[in-house]
Design a protein around this ligand. Structure first.
Ligand code: HEC
Length: 161
């Protein structure tokens, strides 16, 4: 793909994504969010590493491609808890990377309210996360990346974080 087209696709993608996401209020569940997600994905929105196959993507690139549409890095939240909040929460609950990654991977394969590592408020506020149909090694890679985003200066807030 030549560079000009690349840029064009990226711009188009961002416009669509912005349009989709601006339909969402940062703090409310909304029926429009799946519409926003669908339009971004069905248009083949270009993200970081767009020309690579998933297998060679880094954890961060996997996040950009598969998670960012719902999870912002930091507040304000999109349609899911921000990554820094999750990283902080998983540190507190598990204390070590292996157990935290195992919990994230098993949750993402089959999200279940009985299995959440977050408090009940997260699912009440955002709804249950959809299952991620990604290979296990990619789920592990992106979960390891998420764990590494921990920032000791980030203070999770209650309510609309
Ligand atoms: C369609 C929106 C959406 C996408 C895409 C998405 N998530 Fe989520 N995720 C959510 C929502 C909503 C929650 C909060 C409710 C819950 O825990 O189920 C959540 C919660 C989580 C949690 C906490 C799980 C727990 O213990 O409750 C982790 C970890 C997570 N997401 C990681 C990811 C990663 C990594 C990706 C990309 C591979 C991703 N999510 C993609 C919506 C999404």
């Amino acid at each position: 793909m030549n560079t000009k087209r690349n840029v064009l696709y990226k711009t188009l993608g961002m416009v669509l994504l912005t349009a989709g996401l601006s339909a969402l209020s940062a703090c409310e569940k909304s029926d429009t969010r799946s519409a926003g997600i669908m339009s971004a994905q069905s248009m083949g929105v270009a993200f970081a590493g767009e020309n690579k196959s998933d297998a060679v993507l880094s954890g961060e690139e996997l996040y950009t491609r598969h998670c960012q549409v719902c999870h912002s890095m930091r507040p304000p939240a999109k349609s899911a808890p921000p990554i820094l909040g999750l990283a902080s929460r998983f540190r507190t609950v598990y204390g070590n990377k292996d157990d935290a990654v195992a919990a994230m991977v098993s949750f993402m394969k089959a999200p279940d309210a009985a299995n959440t590592s977050l408090g009940p408020q997260a699912i009440e506020r955002f709804g249950l996360m959809p299952a991620m149909s990604m290979p296990e090694d990619e789920l592990e890679k992106v979960s390891g990346w998420l764990w590494d985003q921990y920032d000791p200066d980030f203070k999770p807030r209650g309510g609309c974080r």
